[in-house]
Design a protein around this ligand. Structure first.
Ligand SMILES: CC(C)(COP(=O)(O)OP(=O)(O)OC[C@H]1O[C@@H](n2cnc3c(N)ncnc32)[C@H](O)[C@@H]1OP(=O)(O)O)[C@@H](O)C(=O)NCCC(=O)NCCS
Length: 205
């Protein structure tokens, strides 16, 4: 395992081979971003692609884009539409008023060290420094939902706001002060752990 100081920095094109491996290690296969998608993100919005590095090893990655509110105003919302199939090429707008947190992941062997938290905190801090950004939002995963498939997405999320909540991926954002904006069935059908559901959250300034 890598040793050394944790560094957070923007992703570069020469990270791509390592980023592809990191994505494959972190996500269920259908959800992992591939080389062309990661490359397109860096080309489109370099400052929103952040990596965490220890020694020579990439141990975390967070992606973001800027969008206009119209993109997420009307249901049904779908991950692929909101992210241009994970590429951001047609969805990102340099003057978008919403800074959208798209994903965060930490290599399994480095989880629980607050690496993802530091990446998201840095995204948020950078977002508020950008001219024109009015909101910081993201669709997150109700990743333990498959354990209670009988619950509607709304009921499942309501439970997460009580002491009975046990979804660690939702807790990652809620415990850090994000609020839930809306729930979206069939947001990402390939996310089987979440039964396809997505939860729009917002961090206030
Ligand atoms: C969710 C994920 C990014 C967390 O990464 P991490 O670096 O371990 O997270 P952190 O150490 O910064 O955790 C911060 C908080 O998140 C919560 N948390 C999130 N996932 C957790 C997990 N699997 N186990 C324990 N706590 C978790 C905890 O409340 C923790 O707070 P604490 O340190 O006060 O206990 C990581 O599990 C992951 O890569 N999952 C797969 C990809 C994914 O689902 N991404 C999130 C949706 S975009």
């Amino acid at each position: 395992m890598a040793h050394g100081r944790l560094t957070l920095r923007r992703a570069r094109h020469d990270d791509l081979a390592d980023l592809v491996k990191l994505e494959a290690a972190c996500w269920p296969t259908p959800l992992a971003a591939k080389h062309d998608q990661l490359s397109a993100r860096i080309a489109t919005f370099h400052r929103g692609q952040l990596v965490a590095q220890i020694g020579e090893q990439l141990v975390g990655y967070s992606s973001a884009q800027r969008i206009h509110a119209e993109l997420i105003t009307n249901d049904p919302l779908q991950y692929n539409t909101v992210t241009d199939n994970d590429r951001f090429t047609t969805t990102h707008a340099n003057d978008g008023e919403i800074y959208q947190l798209v994903g965060v992941s930490t290599a399994p062997e480095f989880r629980g060290r607050r690496i993802a938290r530091q990446l998201i905190d840095l995204q948020i801090a950078c977002a508020w420094k950008l001219d024109g950004v009015r909101r910081v939002m993201g669709f997150t995963r109700p990743a333990a939902r498959h354990l209670t498939p009988e619950l509607s997405l709304e009921s499942y999320v309501a439970i997460q706001l009580t002491a009975r909540g046990s979804d660690k991926t939702l807790a990652f954002h809620l415990n850090a002060g994000a609020r839930i904006v809306s729930c979206h069935d069939n947001f990402r059908p390939s996310d089987q752990q979440s039964l396809g559901g997505g939860v729009l959250i917002e961090y206030s300034r």
